[in-house]
Design a protein around this ligand. Sequence first.
Ligand SMILES: [Zn+2]
Length: 462
Amino acid sequence: MNDQHFMQLALAQAHTAAVAGEVPVGAVLVRNGEVLAQAHNAPVSLHDPSAHAEVLVMREAARLLGNYRLDDCTLYVTLEPCTMCAGAMLNARLRKVVWGAAEPKTGAAGSVHNVFAQAQLNHQTVNLGGVMSDECAKPLQTFFNKQRAAQKSRAMATRLRDDAVRTYESAFDGLPDYPWQPNYISELPSLNGLRMHYLDEGPADAEVTWLCLHGNPAWSYLYRHMIPVFLAAGHRVVAPDMPGFGKSDKPKKDSAHTFEWHRQVLLEFIEALDLRNIHLVVQDWGGILGLTLPMAQPWRYESLLVMNTLIATGEQPLSQGFLAWKQMCADKPLFDVGKLFARGNPQMSTDECAAYNVPFPDAGHRAALRAFPAMVPSSLDSPGAEISRQAAAFFKKQWQGRSLMFIGQQDPVLGESVMRELHASIRACPPPVLLPHAGHFVQEHGRDVARQALHCFHPHTQ
Ligand SMILES: [Zn+2]
């Protein structure tokens, strides 16, 4: 009975250790039925390899008694003592040790060897093991299971699939106006172990989340002018790099990229992060895919900020500008991405343009760039065309959120005429804001776009 009572106290100490991130072992030292000292394992927090629970309770008790000899004391500990602790008990002439779970690797009270059974020693400490052993083993099992799971998820995060490549992290160091910490996710079923990168800035419990989706051949860098505006309003911003782009893993095969797969990745991503009160921000493929997302879970979305893009239903031929772009990508598969940005954006610095080349150091990293232009649904039965028609119908008839459209008028690919058509199919969308100097990549003029959108969706925000 008494043994159980004191072992319970030792177990409480073990739980305290677990909370502190220490291996959960607890001990109490008892004299004449009275607890003299209680302690838990603390080598990590005390920076002390000898700070085992047993040593700590003996130290405290000896201090209280003014005597290093504890010959009328009993020590209760949840785990079989190690050689050091068993030795210290003998040095203290401890009368009795009662321990819980056996320790098959380092136990010195019978499991590996038995320090207490040395016949040549004058003093003998009574050694009683296995008291409440199951209860005592439980916190240890839980602790090590958790540790193993954490190790596994760290390994998952660094593992690279055989059929994918990854741009060196250091290649992204020091890019202008991109100070944000990387976040990675690889647990989505559709990613099947591929690692996807995303920015996640601002408070997790912010009133709204701006979900910023990039297109081809860009990445989350595209949103560097808009993100600070949203953060300054106290909002959250989430900006993923689609697989094949930016800091995300890049499948080696062009055929890995399909409309359905990328859409599924985005749906699972939004669900995994449980994003709500979303202001959806789209442009280019960010819209071709992104505009098909709200109909799946309309309750997650509040507003739409749409820049040069389309819903590719396959009902109408793709624009001449788009066909020319598709042809260029086919003719010059190694085209310079930075130069593409420079051409439409004289205001960009050399370093900013170069930042768009960073994800793609060689042809092996460019599968997405090769695959995407041909993936835009061009006929009624193209993959993605049917889901895009559903999306168009959704935005025309069911969309309940607010909308705001910006048109970069210098865009030869998805310019004003394409955008006017899209505008007609978004329910209750106010007249578009025309940006005469902006090209396809409207986000490069994003500071003003973000301010206007913020003012539109949050009129009371400064
Ligand atoms: Zn020990």
